[in-house]
Design a protein around this ligand. Structure first.
Ligand SMILES: Cc1cc2nc3c(=O)[nH]c(=O)nc-3n(C[C@H](O)[C@H](O)[C@H](O)COP(=O)(O)O)c2cc1C
Length: 160
C-alpha cells in the first residue's frame, strides 16, 4: 500500500510489512528452544516478539499446488511454538489470497481459515480472494478499488 491508500484505510492504523518467508530458516526443533540457556536463532526471536506485540496480523498469500505455499507454512510452524504459549495465541488474524490465475488462492485461504482458530488466534473478516491480481495493480503499486476497499474494510475490522 502507498501513503494515500494507507490513509484511506484509516490514519489510526499503522501497517508494518514483513516478509519472514525469506528470512526464517526451515523449521527444525533442534534449532528451537530446548533448554533454559539455549535460544532459537535471532531472527526467530525477533519474529516471535513482533508477532506477539502486534494488535493484529494480516496474511496475504498465493496458492501452490492447491495448498499453502511451503514458505508460509514454515512461518506458521515457527510462530506456533512453544506449544500452548506461542505468539499467535490471542492475535486477531485476517487472511486474503491473491494470484494471477483464476482461483485467487482459494485452497490456501480455506486452509488458513481452518487452522487460525485451531492455533488459538481469532479469525477476523470474510473469505477474501483476489484472482487476476496482476491486472489489478498499476506499475507504481496502486491497487484497484475492487481490492483496496475490501482490504481497507478488513484492516478496520482488525483494528477493533
Ligand atoms: C510451485 C507452484 C505451485 C503453484 N500452484 C498453483 C495452484 O495450485 N493454483 C494457482 O492458482 N496458482 C498456483 N501457482 C501460482 C501461484 O499461486 C502464484 O500466483 C505465483 O507463483 C506468483 O506468486 P509468488 O511470486 O508469490 O509465487 C503456483 C506457483 C508455484 C511456484
Amino acid at each position: 500500500m502507498n501513503e494515500t491508500q494507507k490513509a484511506s484505510a484509516g490514519n489510526k492504523i499503522e501497517f508494518v510489512l514483513r516478509d519472514y518467508v525469506r528470512e526464517l530458516p526451515h523449521y527444525d526443533g533442534d534449532l528451537d528452544i530446548n533448554t533454559d540457556t539455549e535460544t532459537p536463532p535471532a531472527v526467530v526471536v525477533d519474529f516471535r516478539r513482533e508477532m506477539s506485540e502486534a494488535h493484529a496480523i494480516i496474511i496475504g498469500t498465493p496458492e501452490y499446488n492447491y495448498s499453502l505455499p511451503g514458505g508460509l507454512k514454515n512461518v506458521i510452524d515457527w510462530a506456533s511454538r512453544p506449544f500452548a504459549k506461542h505468539c499467535l495465541i490471542g492475535r486477531r488474524v485476517g487472511v486474503f489470497g491473491c494470484t494471477p490465475g483464476e482461483r485467487g488462492g482459494k485452497a490456501a485461504v480455506e486452509y488458513l481459515r481452518n487452522i487460525v482458530p485451531l492455533l488459538g488466534a481469532t479469525l477476523i473478516g470474510p473469505e477474501l480472494l483476489f484472482p487476476k491480481i496482476n491486472s489489478l495493480i498499476t506499475p507504481d503499486g496502486l491497487l484497484d478499488a475492487s481490492v483496496l476497499s475490501p482490504l481497507a474494510e478488513l484492516a478496520n475490522e482488525l483494528a477493533q
